[in-house]
Design a protein around this ligand. Structure first.
Ligand code: PAF
Length: 256
């Protein structure tokens, strides 16, 4: 695996997996999926300050460079891109706006977050010009928003990787206490058992250490509340345990 800091040393028309590091098995699954699309698998590690709405969260974001290099190498990444701030944000860089879809759900809880995500992904795409880019379905709103700026790049959704008890893998999980980690199981239980939004909320409410932000059935495309005639419904959940924000989602099946 080559480690580079300059996009000009990278193969374009590659399969690309952008990350912010703190890599885990979820990222490794994205890298493996990328290999199906190209022999050249480029992964980036860049902690994007623009998508953190508070400085504390940015400072607390886990940084594990040695483990990251080992995981990327073992999972078949051919080029690891560690861009500098100056490369990604030169003077006069283009700022993207996520629009109304960027202001609801995760965007409401984290104002400006999706503008920051789209801005950095747009910069990555312009510098690298990949053929395919892979994003985890766990960040479902992010995935749908990135599709809006893809401009000829194929966006591939990678399934969520879970712990044995169903908790979606996330770099934030390490910040949970043992009790919090246990309590977090309720999210998967609710998503897999609920047949309605009410049921989803009831199951989540049974866990007192979870503070629910939202638990909704939505239209996958528009993120509007699902109606009886919505074809693709997805349940989306966000909440806090021990001050750690957890999100997850699941398709509720196609309807007639
Ligand atoms: O999902 C992430 O890790 C980040 O939002 C991304 C896509 C790498 C942009 O910084």
């Amino acid at each position: 695996m080559k480690v580079v800091t300059d996009a000009r040393q990278l193969p374009s028309a590659c399969a690309f997996v952008p990350t912010m590091g703190a890599l885990h098995a979820g990222h490794a699954s994205l890298f493996s999926l990328a290999k199906k699309y190209s022999d050249d698998v480029v992964a980036s590690i860049f902690i994007n300050p623009l998508q953190f709405e508070n400085k504390e969260d940015l400072a607390q974001y886990p940084r594990t460079p040695d483990i990251d290099i080992a995981i990327a190498d073992a999972a078949g990444v051919t080029h690891l891109w560690l861009p500098t701030q100056a490369e990604i944000y030169p003077d006069g860089y283009v700022k993207k706006s996520a629009g109304p879809l960027g202001e609801i759900y995760e965007g409401k809880a984290r104002p400006g977050h999706f503008d920051g995500v789209l801005t950095v992904v747009h910069q990555f795409f312009s510098l690298l010009k990949p053929k395919v880019a892979i994003f985890g379905e766990k960040d479902f709103q992010q995935l749908q928003l990135i599709r809006t700026i893809a401009e000829g790049i194929e966006i591939v959704a990678a399934p969520t990787i879970r712990e044995v008890d169903g908790l979606a893998l996330s770099s934030r999980n390490v910040r949970l206490s043992d009790e919090g980690r246990n309590a977090a199981q309720v999210i998967y239980r609710a998503l897999t058992k609920a047949k309605s939004e009410n049921e989803l909320r009831e199951i989540l409410a049974s866990e007192s250490s979870l503070t629910v932000d939202y638990a909704d059935f939505i239209d996958e495309k528009t993120f509007a509340h699902a109606q009886s005639d919505t074809r693709k419904v997805r349940a989306i959940v966000a909440g806090w345990i021990n001050g750690v924000r957890l999100i997850d989602n699941m398709p509720m099946g196609n309807r007639a």
